[in-house]
Design a protein around this ligand. Structure first.
Ligand SMILES: Cc1ncc(COP(=O)(O)O)c(C=O)c1O
Ligand SMILES: N[C@@H](CCOP(=O)(O)O)C(=O)O
Length: 469
C-alpha cells in the first residue's frame, strides 16, 4: 500500500514512512493511493470478531507487508487489554434506532485512546527496528494530549511535547496531561486557541531543518496512522447492527474532522453508510459549509464542549482531495487560498457531492445542556457535552427510513466534563478510582505565547535534555 500527499509534491511512501512522517513535506496530508475494498462476503466474515482481532485485520489492509498480521495482532491485543469494558467499544441503545458507540473506555476516557494506544506501540516497534528516536509535537484541545502522553510516556525512543490552549480545556483534561511527570513528557500552555496550537505544530513541520534536527513526528490526526486506527470501530458497530446487509448512519461530534473521516473511510471500503452527520458547537464552520458552501474562518470561541473549539479542521483537506477528484494541484491551490483569504473556495459541484452524504448540525451551549438533561431523563444515559451534540444531531438528521440505525460516536466519558454535566443534571460524575486523586497530583507545564521561535526553542531544549541523559 502506497500513500500520496493531498498536495502532490511530497514523495509517496509506505505505511511505515507515513507513520514516521506525520505531515507531508509539502504541507499536505497522506492518503492511501487507492482504498482497500472488501466484498459483502468478506465483511460478513469479520462480523462477531473480538475488537482487537478486527482492528488487526483492518489495520493490516493499510499497513500491508510493512507489518505482518501476527505483529499487528500482538499490538492490538496489548493496546486494548487495559480497557475498562470487555467489548472495548460497546454499543448502548438509546432509543428504538439510536445507539451510542462508547469510545471512552480507555485509560484517558476519550476516543483518542482507541487509536493512540495502538500508535504508541507502532512507534515503538518501528523505532526499535530502525534504532531511531523521534520527538513528537502535538496540539490538543484537551483529549489528544492526554491520550498521546499516556501512550508515549516513558518510552525510550520517544520525546513528546504537547501544546494546549491555556485555560481552554476542562480542568480534568489539563490535569490528565500536566500531572504526568515522566522525563520524556513536556506540556506547553499556549496563549491562544487550539487553532494557534495546531498552526504552531504545522509550522514546526514546515521548518525543514528543525524537523530534520528534531526528527519530528505527529500524533494528531494529520498522521494517517491515527485515522486508520479509528476506522475499525465504525466497522465493528456497522457489522454488529447488520451491515453489510443493513445500512447504517453515523453521527459524529466533530472538530478536526479526523473521526468523521474514519467513518467516511469504511464507506469507501464497501460498508453501506447511508449518511454521516457532523455535529458542532458554536464553532460551526463545518455546518456553515454544508448548509451554504460557506467555509469561512471566524475566531475560535470557547464552549462547553472545548475539545471541539476548532475552526480549521485539518482533515477536511483529505475529503477535499477526494471531492476534487484527487486533483492534488487543485487541492493545494484551494488550501493556499483558504490560508491567505480565510475562506475556502470549494467548487459548487464538489460541495454538492459533499452534501449528498454529509449533514451538518450546530448546537449552542444551552442546547447542549438541554440535550444532556434530556438524555438523562428519557434514556437514563449520562452523556458528556460532545456526545450530547452527537445525539442531538442524530435526532435532527436521522434518515427517513426508520429501519436504518443511527450510531452516535460517544467520544468522551462524562467525568471529563463534570461542571457541564452537573449544570445539566445536578449529578457530578465521579472519576474512576485510578484517577480519584487527580486534583491532588503535582502539575508541571510551561506557558508561552503563540510564536514559533520560543516554541521551537522549548521543543529543542526538551529533546536535547533527554537525548543527553
Ligand atoms: C471528546 C471529543 N469529541 C469530539 C472531538 C472531535 O473529533 P475530531 O477532531 O476527530 O473531529 C474531539 C476532538 O478531537 C474530542 O476530544
Ligand atoms: N479534539 C482534539 C483536537 C485534536 O484533534 P486530532 O484528532 O487531530 O488529534 C483534542 O482533543 O485534542
Amino acid at each position: 500500500m502506497r500513500y500520496l500527499s493531498t498536495r502532490g509534491q511530497a514523495a509517496p511512501r509506505d505505511f511505515e514512512g507515513v507513520l514516521l512522517a506525520g505531515l507531508a513535506e509539502d504541507g499536505g496530508l497522506f492518503l492511501p493511493e487507492s482504498w482497500p475494498s472488501l466484498s459483502p462476503a468478506e465483511w460478513r466474515a469479520l462480523r462477531g470478531l473480538p475488537y482487537p482481532e478486527l482492528a488487526a485485520r483492518l489495520m493490516h489492509l493499510f499497513a500491508g507487508e510493512t507489518l505482518p498480521l501476527g505483529t499487528l495482532r500482538g499490538m492490538t491485543g496489548a493496546a486494548y487489554a487495559g480497557f475498562g469494558h470487555p467489548a472495548i467499544a460497546p454499543l448502548v441503545q438509546l432509543d428504538h434506532r439510536t445507539f451510542a458507540l462508547e469510545l471512552f473506555h480507555g485509560p484517558t476516557l476519550a476516543f483518542k485512546d482507541m487509536a493512540m494506544q495502538l500508535l504508541g506501540r507502532l512507534f515503538d516497534h518501528v523505532l526499535a527496528r530502525r534504532g531511531e528516536r523521534i520527538t513528537i509535537v502535538g496540539a490538543t484541545s484537551g483529549d489528544t494530549g492526554s491520550a498521546a502522553i499516556e501512550a508515549c510516556r516513558d518510552r525510550a525512543a520517544i520525546d513528546i511535547v504537547i501544546l494546549h490552549p491555556e485555560g481552554r480545556t476542562s480542568e480534568v483534561q489539563r490535569r490528565q496531561m500536566t500531572t504526568v511527570l515522566s522525563d520524556n513528557v513536556a506540556n506547553l500552555a499556549v496563549q491562544g486557541s487550539f487553532d494557534d496550537c495546531q498552526d504552531l505544530v504545522k509550522a514546526m513541520f514546515g521548518d525543514a531543518p528543525f524537523r530534520e534536527e528534531m526528527r519530528l513526528a505527529a500524533v494528531n490526526s494529520i498522521n494517517w496512522a491515527r485515522v486508520a486506527a479509528q476506522i475499525p470501530y465504525y466497522a465493528y458497530a456497522a457489522l454488529a447492527l447488520g451491515a453489510p446487509e443493513r445500512p447504517v448512519a453515523f453521527s459524529v461530534p466533530t472538530g478536526n474532522f479526523g473521526n468523521v473521516l474514519a467513518a467516511w473511510a469504511v464507506r469507501e471500503m464497501g460498508l453501506p453508510v447511508e449518511r454521516l452527520i457532523v455535529g458542532s458547537n458554536r464553532n460551526d464552520i463545518l455546518t456553515r459549509f454544508l448548509a451554504a458552501n460557506d467555509m469561512s474562518v471566524k475566531g475560535v470561541e470557547p464552549s462547553l464542549s472545548p475539545s471541539m473549539d476548532i475552526q480549521v479542521s485539518s482533515n477536511f483537506e483529505r475529503l477535499l482531495f477526494e471531492l476534487l477528484g484527487r486533483d492534488a494541484a487543485a487541492t493545494a491551490e484551494t488550501m493556499r487560498r483558504f490560508r491567505a483569504e480565510g475562506r475556502m473556495p470549494v467548487p459548487d459541484a464538489a460541495w454538492k457531492r459533499a452534501t449528498g452524504l454529509f449533514h451538518g448540525f450546530a448546537l449552542s451551549d444551552e442546547g447542549t445542556l438541554a440535550e444532556i438533561r434530556r438524555l438523562q431523563e428519557v434514556a437514563g444515559y449520562l452523556a458528556d457535552p460532545h456526545t450530547a451534540i452527537g445525539t442531538a444531531a442524530a435526532r435532527t438528521h436521522a434518515p427517513e427510513d426508520p429501519g436504518i440505525p443511527v450510531v452516535v460516536a460517544a467520544t468522551a466519558h462524562p467525568a471529563k466534563f463534570p461542571d457541564a454535566v452537573e449544570r445539566a443534571t445536578g449529578m457530578r460524575p465521579p472519576l474512576p478510582p485510578r484517577l480519584a486523586d487527580l486534583y491532588e497530583r503535582e502539575e508541571r507545564y510551561s506557558v508561552l505565547r503563540a510564536d514559533l521561535a520560543p516554541v521551537e526553542d522549548f521543543v529543542r531544549a526538551h529533546t536535547r535534555r533527554n537525548r543527553a541523559g
